[in-house]
Every structure is written in C-alpha cells, then in structure tokens.
Design a protein around this ligand. Structure first.
Ligand code: B12
Ligand code: SF4
Length: 463
C-alpha cells in the first residue's frame, strides 16, 4: 500500500522562496504534522512525504498511490484543493486534516473523500484500515489526543533540504488570545509529552539546529515551569550537542534557574509575541496582557540574552487602537526592547477564532470570497478593514516599520552587539539578512495586492 503525505505550497508565502534569498533556508521548516502521521502509520504502508515548499513534483510521473493525505494551514487551502483534485481525478482517495480542515469542515468535505478534524492520533490507524478495505468514512474526529499517545515523528523521512529539524513537546495553550487559532484547535489544557519520549525523539533528529514547535514551551503555571526545567535537565544529561529555538512567553525571563537550564540544554533563541507596543492594544486581544503589564520589557529581554539566547520579537499591526504612526512605534519599541529580530504581521481574522466572529459580524472581512481568498490569509496581507488605517495607510506603516528596523545601520548595530556579547552572531546575521532580503519582494507583493484588490477593500477610512 502506497501513501503520499503532502504539504501544499503557497507561492505568496515569501519565506519559502529559497531561490530569491538563500537566507530563507533558515526559515523553511519541516511539516512536522506529516512526519507525526508517518510515525503513526503501520509498516505495511510505503510512505512518501512531499513538501511542496521544496519544489512541486510532477505527480503524474510518480507511481500511483493508494491513498493521499494532505495537511493545510488556512493559507494553503487553495493549493490543497488543487492537489486533491489532481489525485481524485485519477481515482485515488484523498483525506485532508489539520487546522483548516477542522475550522472549515463544510468547505473541505466537499473537496476531498474524507476529513480528519482535530488531532489525528486517535483515528489515523483506523482510517488507514478503512482505506485498505475501501470503506473510508467521510469524517473522523480525533478530538484532543492523549499526550502519551503522541508517536515520535519519522525524522528519517525528509532527511535533506532543511537547515532545521523539528519537534513538539507540548500541545495546547491556556492563554486563548482572540486572534490565535491555537486554543481553539488544541484546547486550553496544556498537555506535556513524557520527558523520556521527547529526549528519545530529539536523539533521532539529524540536524544540529532544531525548531521546537510548541506554542509556549515553558507554559505559565509553576507546575509547567517545573516540567520545563526537568525537560531541560534531561536534554542536558542526554548530551545531544544540538542547538534549538522555541516559542515562549516573556515570563521565560523571570526565572534565572530556568534560563540557565535552557541555555545548558541548547536553547539558542526564543520567539516572543509582544503583539502591541501599547498596553491598551494588548488588553483588547491578549491573554498575554497579565504577563506584560507593568513589566520592564527591555530588562526582561536582556536577562534572556545574558544567557546567550537570541530574542525574536513579534508584533501585530492593525489592532483597533492602531493609528497612523504605528509602524514607527513598533520599530521603536523593538529597538527599545533590544530584540535581535522583529516579525510584524497584519491582524488577520483566522476561521475559528474569536476575532473572526467579531470582524465577520462587523462586516470587516472584505476579502471573503472563499476558498479563493484563503491564499492571502498568510498574516502578511491586510485582508481585513482596520479601524483607523486605510489599505494604503497600513501597507505604508508595514513597509516603513520593516525598512526602519532592517536598515543597514540597524542590522549592523544588532549584529555587532551580538558579536560583542558572543550571542550567536552568525544566527543573528542570518536572521536579519533573511528579513532584509525579503523587503523588496514584500513591497512588490503589497503593490500587486493593492492593484488587484484595492477596490474590494475600499470603503476604509483614509489615513
Ligand atoms: C511550526 C509552525 C509553523 C512553521 C511551519 C512548519 C510546517 N511546514 O508545517 C512555520 C514557522 C513555517 C509556520 C508558518 C506559518 N504559520 Co504556523 N504554526 C506552526 C505551529 C507553531 C506548530 C505546527 C506544528 O508543527 N504542530 C505539530 C503537529 C504535530 O501538529 P498539527 O500540525 O496540528 O498536526 C496534527 C493535526 O492537526 C492533524 N493533522 C495535521 N495535518 C494532517 C493531515 C492529515 C491527512 C491528517 C489525517 C491529520 C492531520 O494530525 C497531527 C497530529 O495530531 C502552529 C501552531 C499549532 N499549535 O498548530 C502554527 C500555526 C499552524 N501557524 C499559523 C499560521 C497563520 C502560519 C502562517 C500563515 C503565518 C505566519 N507568518 O506565521 C505561516 C504559513 C506557512 C505556509 N506554508 O503557508 C496558524 C494557522 C492558523 C490557520 N487557521 O491556518 C497556527 C495555528 C498558529 C496560530 N497562532 O494561529 N508555522
Ligand atoms: S499565547 Fe500564543 S499560542 Fe497562546 S493563545 Fe496567545 S498567541 Fe496563541
């Protein structure tokens, strides 16, 4: 039995354009969901994982599979349907799962043979059995997996072409920010994989640099932090000789022992979502408000960096309080906080989130002809109506924010500082150059988006 597991591409996602900027190699990450599915698949299936981000193969020249499984974030849905259509026309059954299939079940179920909603662990073996016997059901709901049932991913598949390996150690997020899909999809209950399983899986990863995909590696409660410390101790004992990067909340900075243990275990960088330079912005959207309010953020960032750990800060532009000037406010806040990298995304209503419900009810989702428009839901296009910013206004703010932060003197200052403090200067340089390399391409993409969709997005206040 032959199984293809496919990660569809979206050419609008600039990070996958390795040819245009070779630094992007460090930002193309493995589709871990498919490697986890492969890990759950019995040996009688011959598995090929196709990541279209590395190139779209000539499917008709490949041997005919018995089953195709497709994963998709919302931004990949259009391409997912094209791939599904190709195989279904050849009579191959297609199953789709992942976040978009869960949030937009009615749309997806019309376009594939079978849909898996939520986490696959509880239903995938049964589905494969049904497929083998030619009696696939239209829908399987995996619910939330028992965290002890999460199989190790097949790191032997997709062995080349990536700079980073990937692993997951926890699922779920208790903070439930209104714009984010994670709590809606993986639940508010923070589930932690058994530490020996994580260590064993880490040992099976070949790459020296690894992305820990957890939405919040350390969690928020004392027992979460205690588990994170135990994990770091175990990784250190295993002497992995790997460096890893992860996502965390700013409370990472509050515990010296945690930072020391993380650094010893190989932590070389963290992504932290600051979301807004103003407390009012945070209060409206964030479960994170309590973690950030009244905090000396620069001092927190410095405490992390003192452990030789890089900090990438992420912000959202287009919050209801954001007014003209927000681009320079974000660039200035990122400079003040002293982050090594800055990632700014447009506020985007993703299906299944509270923000979606709110904006939909307010008639603020003009780019809403689905599925065609999903390809713009990459968080890098302004697909909604923003309270105080016109389409041109918000694009201008984004461009000026990126150009300010990623100016040559800005990069020079940050990289010099990381050389001086011996804080992973080469990784810092690669990250900064990757962002800078995409600036021109991003501006061109905004222009073309503006030309194509300006009319549909009109009716917005002029800034
Ligand atoms: C790692 C990650 C990335 C990596 C991508 C790696 C990759 N190629 O997959 C990077 C950094 C590149 C990335 C980029 C983006 N990401 Co991202 N990312 C994540 C993150 C943190 C973890 C995903 C992961 O690996 N999970 C571990 C695996 C094991 O879990 P899983 O994917 O859910 O898979 C399970 C089930 O969903 C199911 N399943 C999944 N696929 C399939 C397929 C079949 C056939 C079946 C049966 C089952 C099944 O089974 C798996 C096991 O239970 C998630 C957050 C999250 N918790 O999901 C956000 C998340 C998926 N990303 C998100 C977004 C918005 C993006 C971007 C659009 C925006 C951005 N700029 O970040 C881009 C788009 C990239 C693209 N190609 O289009 C949103 C998606 C929301 C949505 N509705 O689509 C999420 C949920 C984050 C959020 N805050 O809302 N991302
Ligand atoms: S803390 Fe991060 S993962 Fe958790 S709900 Fe907020 S944005 Fe999503």
């Amino acid at each position: 039995m032959r199984l293809y597991l496919i990660n569809p591409s979206n050419p609008l996602v600039s990070i996958v354009n390795v040819k245009e900027s070779r630094w992007n190699r460090y930002r193309v990450w493995k589709p871990l969901s498919l490697m986890v599915l492969a890990g759950l698949t019995p040996a009688e299936w011959e598995i090929s994982i196709v990541d279209e981000n590395l190139g779209v193969p000539e499917y008709s020249a490949m041997p005919r599979p018995d089953l195709v499984g497709i994963t998709a974030f919302t931004s990949q849905a259009n391409r997912a349907y094209e791939v599904a259509d190709h195989f279904r026309r050849r009579g191959v059954p297609v199953v789709m799962g992942g976040i978009h299939a869960t949030m937009c079940l009615d749309e997806v179920i019309e376009r594939v043979d079978s849909v898996v909603t939520r986490e696959a662990e509880g239903v995938w073996p049964q589905l494969l059995d049904d497929a083998r016997q030619g009696r696939l059901k239209r829908r399987y709901d995996g619910g939330f997996a028992e965290i002890t049932d999460v199989a190790p991913a097949r790191h032997d598949l997709l062995a080349t072409g990536y700079a980073l390996g990937a692993i997951q150690t926890t699922r779920g997020c208790p903070l439930n920010c209104s714009f984010c899909s994670v709590t809606a999809f993986n639940g508010a209950h923070y589930r932690q994989r058994p530490i020996p399983d994580v260590v064993r899986e880490f040992q099976s990863i070949r790459e020296k640099l690894v992305l820990v995909v957890d939405d919040n590696l350390i969690g928020t409660r004392p027992e979460h932090i205690a588990r994170a410390k135990d994990l770091f101790r175990a990784l250190t004992r295993a002497n992995l000789r790997k460096e890893w990067i992860a996502q965390a909340t700013i409370n990472f900075a509050d515990d010296e022992e945690l930072l020391t243990l993380a650094a010893k275990a190989g932590c070389s960088g963290v992504f932290i979502g600051f979301e807004s330079p103003s407390p009012e912005g945070l209060r409206a959207y964030g479960g994170k408000f309590n973690l950030l309010k009244g905090r000396d953020i620069r001092a927190s960032v410095q405490r992390i960096q003192r452990h030789n750990i890089l900090v990438a800060g992420s912000f959202i532009m287009g919050l209801d309080i954001d007014e003209p000037g927000i681009g320079s406010q974000i660039a200035e806040a990122a400079r003040r906080y002293g982050v090594d990298n800055l990632n700014v995304l447009f506020l985007t209503p993703l299906p299944g989130t509270r923000l979606w419900d709110q904006m939909k009810s307010q008639g603020r989702i003009p780019l809403g002809v689905f599925p065609q428009d999903w390809k713009y839901y990459t968080l890098t296009y302004p697909v909604a109506r923003y309270s105080h910013l016109s389409l041109d206004g918000i694009i201008q703010e984004m461009v000026s924010c990126s150009e300010t932060f990623y100016s040559v003197p800005g990069i020079f200052r940050r990289v010099l500082s990381s050389f001086w403090h011996r804080r992973k200067p080469w990784i810092n340089l690669a990250g900064n150059l990757s962002y800078r390399g995409n600036l021109r391409r991003d501006s061109e993409a905004y222009l073309s988006f503006r030309r194509q969709w300006g009319d549909r997005l009109e009716g917005v206040k002029k800034s």
